[in-house]
Every structure is written in structure tokens, then in C-alpha cells.
Ligand binder design. Structure first.
Ligand code: FAD
Length: 508
């Protein structure tokens, strides 16, 4: 089939690689000039690194370079994904600098894509199937503060973290960073060396996990294992999880909360007045809050000031220049306001009636296995399973799509799939206090998702290797035989020339 893919982040690239190996012709559109999505040079903020260590943020059959640090920089991750595209022969399938402006059903599961290149030319192309991999952390959500016009006229600048690429632009300025997630803290640290002062406006303090717990133990040993995932109760607990959430509940709680108390001690949070409310278990409510290197040290030495439980109520032109007022009446000088306040998840290129069928009444994406809208023919999603191991989950979803294109997924009927999605969403509402980004984030249940996706394909790594992932970090490389295994099954007895290692992509 000819498959159109929207997005050349890791989800789009992994899909393109697997589908081309399965014999499909793929074309990948991205409005950015480079591949890598959130790691593109057009979206990297100063100081961005992965949260997951490099081995956990790798695709199964393409390790990150040995000389990369444990937490690679944004530029390194982008280079890694560019190398992946080249290694698997995808470069000729890429249409970069090309935005998909509309995607509409063309009958029998086919889709017409309208595209507009950066140079202005528009075109239209029909594909047999469509995979949407447009990223759920792609479009920044920036608060609309009253007074923006006056503030800007006074020389102030308001932008999203993803729109701020050069720390030098903050030199000598008074900077406000809005948010308290990893991105906000990364930006604060990166600008603290050049700005005149940094104020972090934190609506709610979050628990932060040290990269090295207690100063020596890589957090991946605690949280990026199957045991770490098992500490959070899943919809369908299995095996040892039943113990952890039954007789072993006390042990489980103390394991999670001990990470919290270590973090309080390690960062001196009590002295800094930055102990979050609630328990470490609340980590499940959002993405993993890995502490940014140097953040609490900056608070300690006064280069970074955190305003906790605070929000900006307006921007304005103060006597001395652009300024912001907080809800408690505090007024802060603000030459630059960088918002790391999250993203909006949307599919503006899909027609309204398709969107109506895609969302539930609360705007959650209705995707079976995070991949398939139950009753929209020919449409798949990838990357709507954002996790602690996003590349691996995207790759496993790509396998599911390849199998489904071959009619090899024994999936239930549309009604049963819809019921399964409703049940999953209700569970995630409860487990994450609705912080699942409209059904697109599966944290902290990354491996449960991978198991279910592979379970549909009657594939998985051996029990013995999975058992090692209970105490050791999950290693995506352990999954490198999944693609060849599936491809062998989809095309029994391939000849040499049909080898799955030889991708086929649309030329020209
Ligand atoms: C700062 C940051 C750090 C992160 N760190 C980690 C981490 O450590 N570990 C982890 O597991 N996850 C992490 N994530 C989650 C991250 O989103 C995933 O790891 C992954 O990069 C998402 O890939 P994607 O391909 O789904 O989406 P993206 O990388 O967002 O790519 C989507 C692409 O689609 C393109 N696109 C969108 N709309 C259109 C259109 N209409 N036409 C053409 N192109 C379009 C965009 O330009 C973009 O390039 C992080 C996210 C962020 C924002």
C-alpha cells in the first residue's frame, strides 16, 4: 500500500521504517526543516536533554552512539533520529518543510492529503492509508494574559519554551519562567548563567526525582523497571503486581514514598521551602518529574527564585519597563516571559465530522491500543502513547499497524473496541487524576501498553528477559527481534531479495 505519514518525529520515522520493511511505500510529511519532532532545531529550548537515559530512549535496533552522555542533549537526539532515517533508507521518503493542511477520506480507507511546502507550493495526493504521527507535545499552550499588548509595546517578550532557542537573547534580562515541569526548570537553569535574574512562577510544586537518587543510584534502577511500573496499580494487575497491590501494599507505598523523602533530603527542599504537597505517589499524575541538574543549587545560591502556588494575573508596562503581576499582588520586572506550560493536542487537518468521531464528549482521543480509532476507516495514530520509553512504544505501535494493514490483528469489532477505550480512559482518569493529556499519555504504564500491543500480535520477548526487567531498567534493545519476527510471519518464506532489512520507500 501507499501510506502517508504525518510527522517525522520518532513515531513517524519508526512507522515509516517498519511499514517500508513490510513492503509498503511510505511518504512522510513534516512542516519542520529537519526530522526529530520535539528535538528539531526549530523547537529546542536551551538546556533541553532527554529525561530518560539514552538506552531507554533508543529504538530497539539502533542504539544511541556510545560517546553520547547518559542524558543526551536535544541536538544529539535530533542527530540520532536523522541517522536512523538514513540508516533505514527513509531519506527519499521524507517531505520536510511541508505541512499537511488537510486530510480527508477518499473512500475505501483511502485519504487525500493537501500539503503546502514552505516555499508556498501546494499539492494534493491520495494514499491508501494514513498514519497520524503529528506529536502530542508539538503545539505549545501559552496562557493568554491580559495586558499582553501593553507589555509587548513596553519591550517585553512572551514566548513558549519551544520558541526560545538562544540563551544569549536573555543576556542581562529579567526573566520569568512559567511552569515547574522539567522544561521550565531546564530553561531556568540554562538562562541563569546569562540573565540578570530568574523568577520561576509555579502554580503547583511537583515532586522531582533526582537523576542520581541519594547521589549515586541512577533513577532508572528504581522507576524505569517493570517493578517501578508495578508500583502503580494497573487496570489489569498480573503476577507479582497482585502481591504489590494486595498483601505487599505497605511495602509498595514505602518504596515510592522513600524516593520522595530522599529527594527532600538530597535537595534540601525543606530549607528552600519547596516541599510539594501530597506524596511522591502523586508522580503518577503527570510526567515523571526528573530534577534538572543545577536547579535547586540555583535556588540555593539565589540565582533562581521560585514563587510557589503562584500565577500571573496580568502583564503590563511598569514604570521601569515591562512587568508582571502575580495573584498575590507581587509585581515583578519581566523583560522576557518563557512559558513552559504544556501543549495542546489536536488534529486540525482532519475534517470536523472525522474529529467528532475521534473524540469522546470530553475531548479525549478514542484510540484502541492508543492507535486505532474504532470506526474511521484507513486511519491510524502513532505517538499517542507517550511514555517513559516513547521510541520503544512508538516502534511497537508501528508493528501493530503493519500487522493490521496485513489483516493480521485479531481485533474485536468496533463496538467492543470503543468499550475497551472507554474503560481504559476511565481507569486513566482515576489513576492520573485526569492528567493523561486527553488520552495520549500512558505514563506510568508504558510496558503494560507494550505488552498489550505485542499480545495482540502474539509476540513478545521471552519471559526470562522480561523477568530481568523487573529489577533492571527495561532495555529497548531486547525488543530488536520483534520486527523481523513479525515480518517473517506476515510474509512467510521471504526470498533473499525480499529481506526485511531492505526497506522500500517511495522514490522521487
Ligand atoms: C522537551 C521534551 C522532552 C521529552 N523527553 C522525553 C524522554 O526523555 N523520554 C520519553 O520517553 N519521552 C520524552 N518526551 C516525549 C516526546 O514527545 C516523545 O519522546 C517523542 O519525541 C514524541 O515523538 P512524536 O513523533 O510522537 O512527536 P513529535 O516529536 O512531536 O513529532 C511530530 C512531528 O509532526 C510534525 N507535524 C505536526 N503537524 C503537522 C502537519 N500538519 N504537517 C506536517 N507535519 C506536522 C511536527 O512538526 C513534528 O515534527 C519529551 C517531550 C518533550 C517535549
Amino acid at each position: 500500500m501507499r501510506v502517508g505519514i504525518i510527522g517525522a518525529g520518532v513515531a513517524g520515522l519508526a512507522t515509516a521504517k517498519v511499514l517500508s520493511q513490510a513492503g509498503h511505500e511510505v511518504r512522510v510529511f513534516d512542516k519542520c526543516p529537519d526530522v526529530g519532532g520535539v528535538w528539531s532545531r526549530t523547537r529546542r529550548y536551551p538546556g533541553v536533554t532527554t529525561q530518560s537515559p539514552k538506552a531507554q530512549y533508543s529504538l530497539s535496533d539502533f542504539p544511541m552512539p556510545k560517546d553520547y552522555p547518559e542524558w543526551p542533549s536535544g541536538a544529539q537526539v535530533q542527530a540520532y533520529f536523522a541517522a536512523y532515517a538514513t540508516e533505514f533508507g527513509l531519506d527519499s521518503a521524507l517531505r520536510l518543510d511541508t505541512e499537511v493542511t488537510a486530510a480527508s477520506p477518499a473512500g475505501e480507507g483511502r485519504w487525500t492529503l493537501e500539503t503546502r511546502a514552505a516555499a508556498g507550493e501546494q499539492s494534493s495526493e491520495v494514499f491508501d492509508r494514513l498514519v497520524v504521527a503529528n506529536g502530542v507535545f508539538c503545539e505549545p499552550s501559552v496562557p493568554r494574559y491580559p495586558g499582553l499588548e501593553e507589555f509587548t509595546a513596553a519591550g517585553g517578550r512572551l514566548c513558549a519554551g519551544t520558541e526560545f532557542h538562544d540563551a544569549e537573547q536573555a543576556r542581562g534580562k529579567q526573566v520569568l519562567v512559567v511552569g515547574y515541569g522539567k522544561s521550565a526548570c531546564d530553561v531556568a537553569v540554562a538562562l541563569s548563567g546569562v540573565a540578570a535574574g530568574i523568577d520561576v512562577i509555579a502554580r503547583q510544586l511537583l515532586w522531582k526525582v533526582p537523576r542520581k537518587v541519594g547521589g549515586f543510584l541512577n533513577f532508572k534502577m528504581l522507576l524505569l523497571t517493570r517493578m517501578g511500573e508495578g508500583l502503580f496499580r494497573y487496570l489489569r494487575p498480573r503476577g507479582f503486581e497482585k502481591f504489590l497491590h494486595g498483601p505487599g501494599n505497605g511495602l509498595r507505598r514505602s518504596m515510592i514514598n522513600s524516593i520522595g523523602s530522599v529527594s527532600v533530603r538530597q535537595f534540601g527542599l525543606a530549607k528552600l521551602g519547596l516541599v510539594p504537597a501530597g506524596h511522591m505517589e502523586d508522580i503518577v499524575r503527570g510526567a515523571i518529574g526528573l530534577a534538572s541538574e543545577g536547579f535547586f543549587e540555583g535556588v540555593q545560591d539565589g540565582t533562581i527564585t521560585v514563587h510557589r502556588d503562584a500565577t500571573i494575573t496580568r502583564l503590563f508596562a511598569g514604570d521601569d519597563g515591562p512587568a508582571a503581576e502575580l495573584a498575590d499582588g507581587t509585581v515583578l520586572r519581566a523583560d522576557l516571559v518563557v512559558c513552559a506550560t504544556g501543549f495542546t493536542q489536536g488534529v486540525p487537518f482532519l475534517p470536523e465530522d472525522t474529529q467528532t468521531r475521534l473524540f469522546d464528549e470530553r475531548g479525549n482521543f478514542m484510540l484502541y491500543r492508543q492507535i486505532l480509532p474504532p470506526d474511521i476507516p484507513g486511519l491510524y495514530f502513532n505517538g499517542y502513547n507517550s511514555s517513559f520509553f516513547s521510541p520503544l512504544n512508538a516502534e511497537m505501535a508501528a508493528l501493530w499497524i503493519a500487522a493490521d494493514l496485513a489483516g493480521a490483528v485479531a481485533r474485536p469489532d468496533a463496538e467492543a473496541m470503543r468499550e475497551a477505550v472507554v474503560e481504559q480512559l476511565a481507569f486513566m482518569d482515576d489513576a492520573t487524576d485526569t492528567h493523561h493529556c486527553r488520552g495520549t499519555k500512558i505514563i506510568p504504564f508504558s510496558m503494560h501498553n507494550a505488552d498489550e500491543v505485542l499480545g495482540d500480535l502474539d509476540l513478545n520477548i521471552s519471559r526470562a528477559v522480561r523477568a530481568t526487567h523487573w529489577l533492571n531498567p527495561v532495555n529497548p534493545a531486547a525488543y530488536r527481534r520483534m520486527t523481523p519476527s513479525l515480518l517473517r510471519r506476515l510474509a512467510p518464506g521471504p526470498s533473499e531479495s525480499d529481506s526485511p532489512d531492505r526497506p522500500r520507500v517511495l522514490a522521487g
